[in-house]
Design a protein around this ligand. Structure first.
Ligand code: GCU
Length: 716
């Protein structure tokens, strides 16, 4: 672990040495940013602690000593991180201050482990930040000006420490702090789709991080680095195996391996969760059935839960994909999803564990339209789930498309907790080949107004329990790290891991602010360069939508989910084709989900329902999701639909080319290795976006029977 942790700070220290020379010599003058180091490989993610430029001179008087109270493993992590980060950021080691309090001490602790913090008597303020929140305050203790990072728990103090470091990493003032934070959501979980054989379903960054063959005896140093990265953005748990779960994960020998991980993660506040295969009682336990109402099955789950908690006392719970895409589930026995979830919930309840039951179901018998099925099944069961069950719902009703309207189950389930599942791994968004920042997409989702209880009932508020209060809350991300040295394959894909954590902590943060802080921590604190990178991130998802599935087109899918294939008309199920969704014909294109069509709009509350239903009012970004439009339908721009569609694809490819040019202009501004590696992937992105534009327009042109107009850039 030490080896790898030292790697986390090495570049920061090297950079700090560079700054220190400039900083001392030029005290009082503007300090030139140090030349970017050449050999960065991305391993350190956003925890590089590169010197913050000019701001460092303001930080040194505030961070002259470090005092971290407490003797637990978590306190040790805080101490180590604060020391190594401060040394790297400030250009020299910062001494500890364990006994007295000198001016400029950063003091970290809880009322439980620190008499100094207890004596501050911040009882009400600490009560307000809960178990995971923190307070950071510039204050005085005795005569000494100090900065206090206080929390009720040591994990809260760890989060506070990372918040404080983030302020320095992003060049913000730290001399007059008075802030209090608590996470908006309770469950902030990574969902790994990792298989025991080391492959990752929809993983694009190499093989699985988890070395099952070596466990439990040997623990890769990356397990701790991973947990540190999660903790740095407030992620408090991880489901480590694929939703298409191998039941053998629950076998005793594998649970011992899982427990070894959990021991590494515990001090970082990262709790262990597992995907459970619903047929596990039969497949691992030798029970003749998996019927949730069978007493033998209930007993098996109960004994299994007891066994798990014997090994992992803070085990978080089970995630279940049931009766979906071939997975077993309660419907096999004529039981409902609620009955299935409840048998697991009852087993976990005595240990305070939770069940996350996925709503990613699309049983063909429920409705001809895949987009409608989960809502129909789950709203019927509202209120029938145990309180420790949360229904886990993908952001949209189909499947992590480049753009979907929000899933109508958000706000639609009133008595059952609903948590959101988003996907950082970019399965349908360029995988690890395209630069696509998803913060903007997730904000579009979180800011969507469900109108469940009148205007202002945004998805973010639904998730935070502010619309239907009193429930479990949470957001999870199908996530992207693998064994690739830079964790996520594409350097920019790290921003999606980061943005998930920040939004799960606070869904009200802006995508732009998150992009800005990530850029400063990950690439450079130079204002101009950071602004250029932030802006290219901000436009990247819309560019991707434009050159793949604009104007509400969706599921133009086939093959490996990378290249859009609107011509895909053959699959095992019709709802796995592309033609099922776009319905292109000579008459027009798009899926009629209106009140004159298949009534899917009625799953939304008014006035959202009417907005989507009315072709004149429906946001054009969702047009072909809800409407079948003639090719010569007049768009708001005045163009015909066909011309608008062509313009979108053309703009998308141009935007990709512009991304590449902008990135080229940053050569020399950021370290050369990462610059080159991103540039190499942009070559693929630009080529593929142009190819996709041409292929898709050629295909749809067969129906529209109209020529592709010249791109606006060509006519200039
Ligand atoms: C998508 C994905 C599958 C995954 C499924 C799920 O369909 O392609 O690989 O198993 O989602 O979320 O369960």
């Amino acid at each position: 672990m030490n080896m790898t942790r030292r790697e986390f700070v090495a570049v920061g220290l090297a950079g700090a040495a560079g700054l220190c020379v400039g900083g001392v010599a030029g005290a009082g003058n503007a300090v030139e940013p140090p030349p970017p180091p050449v050999g960065e490989d991305g391993y350190k993610l956003w925890l590089r602690y590169a010197p913050p430029g000019d701001a460092a001179k303001n930080y040194r008087p505030v961070v002259r000593r470090i005092r971290v109270d407490g003797s637990s493993a978590t306190s040790g992590i805080i101490r180590a991180e604060l020391h190594s980060a401060a040394a790297a950021l400030l250009g020299g080691a910062v001494p500890s201050n364990e006994n007295d309090l000198a001016d400029g001490t950063v003091l970290v602790g809880t009322p439980g482990n620190s008499a100094l913090i207890r004596d501050l008597n911040w009882v009400a303020d600490l009560a307000a930040v809960g178990n995971e929140g923190f307070i950071i305050r510039s204050t005085r203790i005795g005569n000494s000006p100090v900065t206090v990072i206080a929390a009720n728990t040591e994990v809260g103090a760890l989060y506070g420490t990372f918040h404080f470091l983030r302020l320095m990493q992003t060049g913000r003032p730290i001399d007059r702090l008075d802030l209090a934070e608590r996470p908006a959501l309770q469950l902030r979980l990574m969902n790994h789709w990792d298989n025991p054989n080391g492959t990752i379903e929809r993983g694009y960054a190499g093989r699985s991080l988890w070395q099952w063959d070596e466990l439990p005896g040997k623990l890769s140093p990356r397990y701790a680095d991973y947990a540190l990265a999660c903790a740095s953005i407030g992620i408090n748990g991880a489901v480590i195996n694929n939703v298409n779960a191998d039941p053998r994960i629950l076998a005793p020998e594998n649970l011992r391996k899982v427990a070894a991980f959990a021991d590494v993660w515990r001090p970082y506040g990262v709790r262990m969760y597992l995907c459970a295969n619903f047929a596990a009682p039969m497949r691992v336990g030798g029970v003749p059935t998996a019927d949730p109402l069978d007493q033998g099955v209930a007993d098996w789950w109960k004994a299994k839960a007891d066994e798990i908690y014997g090994l992992i006392p803070d085990f978080g719970g089970f995630l279940v994909k049931a009766n979906s895409e071939g997975q077993p589930g309660p419907k096999t026995y004529g039981r409902t999803h609620a009955e299935g979830a409840n048998v697991l919930a009852d087993a976990l309840a005595p240990h305070k564990g939770n069940v996350m039951w996925r709503a990613f179901v699309y049983d063909e018998d429920v409705d001809p339209d895949r987009a409608k099925r989960a809502y129909i099944e789950f709203t019927k069961l509202d209120g029938q789930f145990r309180p420790n069950v949360a229904v886990q719902v993908k952001n949209g009703a189909i499947d992590f498309m480049p753009r979907e309207p929000f899933h109508p189950l958000f706000g639609g389930m009133k008595q059952t907790p609903v948590i959101a599942e988003i996907q950082a791994t970019q399965e349908y968004l360029g995988q690890a080949k395209h630069l696509v920042y998803l913060g903007t997409m997730w904000k579009e989702f979180l800011d969507s107004d469900t109108h469940a209880k009148g205007s202002g009932s945004t998805v973010a508020k639904v998730l935070a329990g502010q619309v239907h209060p009193g429930h479990l809350t949470g957001m999870v991300s199908v996530t992207n790290p693998g064994l690739h040295r830079n964790w996520c394959g594409h350097h920019f894909s790290q921003s999606n891991w980061y943005a998930f954590g920040r939004l799960a902590w606070n869904p009200e943060l802006s995508a732009e602010a998150i992009a800005d802080e990530w850029t400063r921590m990950t690439f450079t604190n130079d204002d101009k360069t950071a602004a250029v990178i932030r802006d290219l991130m901000m436009g990247s998802r819309e560019a991707f939508v434009n050159y793949t599935m604009p104007l509400g087109l969706h599921h133009l899918i086939g093959g490996d989910h990378y290249a859009p294939r609107p011509w895909n008309d053959r699959a095992l199920r019709s709802d796995w084709t592309a033609t099922y969704y776009h319905k292109a014909s000579e008459d027009g294109v798009g899926f009629d989900r209106t009140k004159r069509g298949d009534h899917a709009v009625e799953q939304y509350f008014p006035p959202v329902c009417d907005l989507f239903d009315d072709i004149a009012k429906c946001p054009e970004k969702h047009l072909l999701w809800f409407h079948h439009c003639a090719w010569d339908y007049r768009m708001k721009s005045g163009k015909m639909l066909w011309d608008e569609l062509c313009a979108k694809y053309q703009a998308g490819a141009e935007q990709a080319a512009a991304l590449q040019q902008t990135w080229q202009s940053l050569a020399g501004k950021i370290d050369s290795r990462r610059h080159q590696e991103v540039a190499d992937r942009l070559v693929i992105q630009v080529a593929d976006s142009a190819k996709w534009r041409d292929q898709i327009l050629e295909y749809f042109g067969r129906f529209s029977k109209m020529p592709v107009p010249r791109a606006s850039s060509e006519s200039k």
